[in-house]
Design a protein around this ligand. Structure first.
Ligand SMILES: CC(C)(COP(=O)(O)OP(=O)(O)OC[C@H]1O[C@@H](n2cnc3c(N)ncnc32)[C@H](O)[C@@H]1OP(=O)(O)O)[C@@H](O)C(=O)NCCC(=O)NCCS
Length: 170
């Protein structure tokens, strides 16, 4: 898939993105805001594992965010199963040198619309760590609605923290 978002392009990850991926993913300030599946340090083996996971999927649900022809971040969904079949968890990250330019807002808007329509979903959920107001702002600018607080739901970087749950529903 390929989506032109204005400030960036969203497209499938390719094994040739390995070096670019490691350059931006191996960053503590990115890791600190991510799910435990996102490692730090981010090594060559992690990039290879990521590409092998994507290759096993019937259709990839995680994509690269490309700026000036280089992969500099990621966005994707984890599809729900069973009674959650119409929902997905929505996640994203961007390399630190690219923060503060509006790139992720463009990427989230485009990826969320694509995911809802392409996968026939009605709900995208995005839980955000309470210490991450920039991410909440991105979601608000993209039409996600703040639904509540998941109190002390996450242990990250040695701290027990709240998550703020955002969702986009159609
Ligand atoms: C959070 C993240 C995705 C933001 O990406 P970005 O491209 O910098 O976001 P944008 O530039 O589109 O928008 C950021 C918004 O947050 C605002 N912002 C930045 N820091 C802020 C802060 N400390 N408090 C409040 N708002 C803040 C910006 O002003 C901007 O809003 P505005 O357009 O109204 O001025 C990026 O920093 C990132 O990848 N962080 C690490 C991983 C991560 O947090 N992933 C999301 C997990 S839920």
């Amino acid at each position: 898939m390929k989506l032109d978002c204005g400030l960036c392009v969203i497209r499938d990850w390719q094994p040739s993105d390995e070096e670019a991926l490691i350059a931006v993913a191996n960053n503590r300030n990115v890791w600190r805001n991510m799910h435990h599946r996102f490692p730090y340090p981010y090594a060559k083996s992690d990039a290879k594992y990521w590409f092998s996971l994507l290759a096993q999927m019937q259709e990839p649900t995680h994509w690269a965010i490309e700026v000036d022809g280089v992969a500099v971040g990621g966005v994707g969904i984890d599809l729900g199963e069973g009674i959650f079949a119409k929902s997905a968890q929505f996640g994203y990250w961007l390399g630190e040198p690219y923060w503060g330019r509006g790139i992720m807002t463009d990427a989230v808007r485009a990826a969320a619309e694509y995911a809802l329509i392409h996968f026939g979903l009605v709900r995208l959920e995005a839980p955000v760590f309470a210490w991450n107001p920039a991410s909440m702002r991105v979601l608000e600018k993209s039409g996600f609605v703040r639904e509540g607080i998941l109190r002390r739901s996450v242990l990250k970087d040695g701290e027990l923290i709240d998550q703020v749950l955002y969702a986009l529903v159609r």
